[in-house]
Design a protein around this ligand. Structure first.
Ligand SMILES: *Cc1c(COP(=O)(O)O)cnc(C)c1O
Length: 427
């Protein structure tokens, strides 16, 4: 065997997988079973006590899902990963492991609309409180730190505005105050950006989007960077206090640099329950095999479509980090040199009504609330994903009345341009 470190494209196909030991099946089988037989009573006891790794029940581990977890951990450069039912479930489990009632975390305002709701509304019922950074500079995050701050949360490439965050700069603030930095890497995927290499401690993703890539399965993932020293103080009791249900085991001591992933699994997933179905794990694994090819094509097509829109007289502005002169272009070259991704926004002249007309006129683009499909997708955030936000929040999230968001697919770019051309003509 050669000593080469496998490259990203190789890992996307092989990491975590081997021919099925029971049958020789080349493709990872779908282990569609709720539970697993114990070898004997002692084996059962060691599994329940976390003294041995193995399968008990699919809410907590499953062999199909385990391959997905190992693959995503390899692609992100983390120590371990936990796959769950959705991106939002991943965010919930991460916060459940970090936060005590009354605690705070800091988040960027440049976030997926659903995350703004989850953080600002639903998390309040757990007595977890978000403080929004006023802008995207590291100083704006530092300004919100209090003695109760337990985490900082950003998106690497922010949905929907096409904002590329200064991950290194914000990581430096987090490190200085010994607070873990969580990066939602859904829009970039590890093909375009590997946040752990830039100082992130934890990565979350919605696997529903580009990782699965075909718009057919919900999933989410938590990747443990293995970088954070939980035992440095007593601010993360879930990791540092003895767990009575596991013979007073201290997770940070026993599991070291993958203790966070273990905590999310054996406490969060065990008790809150949002497990991914093995079938969805299988679909997403298949999707990941072509992630590098798709992300490359998505980025190329998005660039061509953005250039076309930039030259159109019914388009007021285009915000795509891949464009020369875009305010995020320098950050894109620094953090995502392989491409700026599929998703970007532009402003249609005529505001709210023109936006509604445009999404009604397109034929190849599908009008729906998703990103990361092979198909091209279009949405008018102000009337859909971001409608529950007030005007100030909409503007802050990059979802004003004239904003159109595209998730450019992997069809022929010329067909996509022709479709937008006819739709713009008819507004
Ligand atoms: C879709 C999305 C989520 C939520 O993921 P689900 O799988 O829909 O729960 C979180 N963050 C970003 C950036 C997303 O695009």
């Amino acid at each position: 065997m050669s000593n080469r470190e496998p490259g990203f494209d190789t890992l996307a196909i092989h990491a975590g997988a081997q021919p099925d030991p029971a049958t020789g099946a080349r493709i990872t089988p779908i282990y569609q079973t709720a539970s697993f037989v114990f070898d004997d009573v002692d084996h059962a006891a060691s599994l329940f006590g976390l003294q041995a790794f193995g399968n008990i029940y699919t809410r907590i581990t499953n062999p199909t899902t385990a391959v997905l977890e190992e693959r995503v951990a390899a692609l992100e450069g983390g120590t371990a990963a936990l796959a769950v039912a959705s991106g939002h479930a991943a965010q919930l489990l991460v916060m459940h492991a970090l936060m005590q009632p009354g605690d705070e975390f800091i988040a960027s305002r440049k976030l997926y609309g659903g995350s703004i709701n989850q953080f600002g509304q639903s998390f309040k019922s757990f007595d977890w409180h978000v403080r929004w950074a006023d802008d995207i500079t590291p100083a704006a995050f530092e300004a919100q730190i209090t003695s109760k701050t337990k985490a900082i949360f950003i998106e690497s490439l922010a949905n929907p505005g096409g904002v590329v965050m200064d991950i290194n700069g914000i990581a430096e603030v987090a490190r200085k105050h010994h607070i873990p930095l969580i990066v939602d890497n859904t829009m970039a995927t590890p093909y375009l950006c590997r946040p752990i290499e830039h100082g992130a401690d934890i990565v979350v993703q919605s696997l529903t989007k580009f990782m699965g890539g075909h718009g057919n399965s919900m999933g989410g993932v938590i990747v443990d960077g293995g970088t954070f020293d939980w035992s440095k103080d007593d601010r993360y009791p879930i990791l540092t206090e003895p767990r009575p249900e596991y013979n007073d085991m201290v997770l940070a001591e026993t599991f070291g640099n993958f203790a966070f992933a273990i905590a999310c699994r054996v406490l969060g997933l065990r008790d809150l329950g949002p497990a991914i179905s093995p079938f969805n794990a299988f679909q997403i694994l298949t999707g990941i095999e072509t992630l590098p090819l798709r992300m490359q094509r998505h980025s190329e097509n998005a660039f061509k479509v953005a250039k076309f829109l930039q030259g159109h007289d019914k388009v007021a502005w285009v915000s795509y980090a891949g464009l020369e002169g875009d305010e995020h272009h320098e950050m894109q070259k620094r953090y995502m040199p392989n491409g700026a991704g599929a998703v970007f926004t532009f402003g249609v002249k005529g505001g709210y009504q023109s936006g509604i007309d445009l999404v009604s006129n397109v034929e190849i683009f599908s009008h729906l609330a998703n990103i990361g499909d092979t198909r091209s997708l279009i949405i008018h955030p102000a009337s859909t994903t971001h409608r529950q936000l007030d005007d100030t929040q909409k503007a802050a999230a990059g979802a004003g009345a004239d904003v159109i968001r595209l998730s450019v697919g992997i069809e022929n770019a010329e067909d996509l341009i022709a479709d937008l051309e006819q739709a713009l003509k008819n507004i």
